[in-house]
Design a binder for this molecule. Structure first.
Ligand code: FE2
Ligand code: FE2
Length: 116
């Protein structure tokens, strides 16, 4: 469940975050074919990083170089997790818990500053 105190105040960005959280929730509750749900969450998270940068550019929001660098790190981590899932090296609950924490930390340490 997405919490409002992680809100950035930008509706499209907040909707994206809530959607990624929802896809992780689905993955956590569906043991069967969970890899497909994980792939959907990874794809949504990865696409969101570009969407967020575009929205910030269009609305002249505060997208710092440090924040962009963190997006590059997140993309690399998501890609590595996708590989590990395909190779059977990463299980469902660790994937869901880790990815949700990664999202929450990113929003609270970086995304919340875009309107400041
Ligand atoms: Fe974000
Ligand atoms: Fe971000």
């Amino acid at each position: 469940m997405w919490h409002t105190h992680y809100s950035t105040g930008e509706r499209l960005i907040d909707e994206d975050h809530a959607n990624i959280d929802y896809l992780l929730d689905v993955c956590g509750r569906q043991p069967a074919a969970w890899q497909e749900h994980a792939a959907a969450a990874i794809d949504a998270f990865t696409a969101h990083l570009d969407t967020e940068e575009r929205i910030c550019e269009n609305r002249r929001l505060n997208m710092t170089e440090e924040h962009r660098g963190e997006h590059i790190y997140l993309k690399a981590t998501l890609g590595e997790m996708q590989r590990q899932i395909a190779d059977g090296e990463l299980g469902r609950s660790l994937f869901v818990d880790f990815t949700r924490k990664m999202l929450l930390f990113h929003v609270s340490y970086f995304d919340r500053d875009i309107t400041r």
